[in-house]
Design a protein around this ligand. Structure first.
Ligand SMILES: [Zn+2]
Length: 69
């Protein structure tokens, strides 16, 4: 999958729409979504990120619920 078509990031934004920013060359995401990062390299790092993301999601959902009119 390489060619003239510019790949877009596609990360889900908080609005629920896919990010339309062009990816960082050779990466899967735009620079706002971790394209500049090398990503998790170890299992421990991966687990740590997964745990952090779960917590973050839960906090975010709770906040949404509270803000619901
Ligand atoms: Zn993006």
């Amino acid at each position: 999958m390489s060619g003239s078509h510019k790949q877009t990031c596609g990360a889900k934004t908080r609005r629920g729409t896919p990010c339309a920013a062009p990816v960082v060359q050779g990466m899967a995401r735009c620079k706002l979504h971790g394209g500049l990062s090398t990503g998790p390299r170890t299992d421990a790092g991966r687990a740590s990120i997964a745990a952090g993301q779960r917590l973050r999601w839960r906090t975010w959902r709770e906040r949404l619920k509270k803000n619901d009119p």
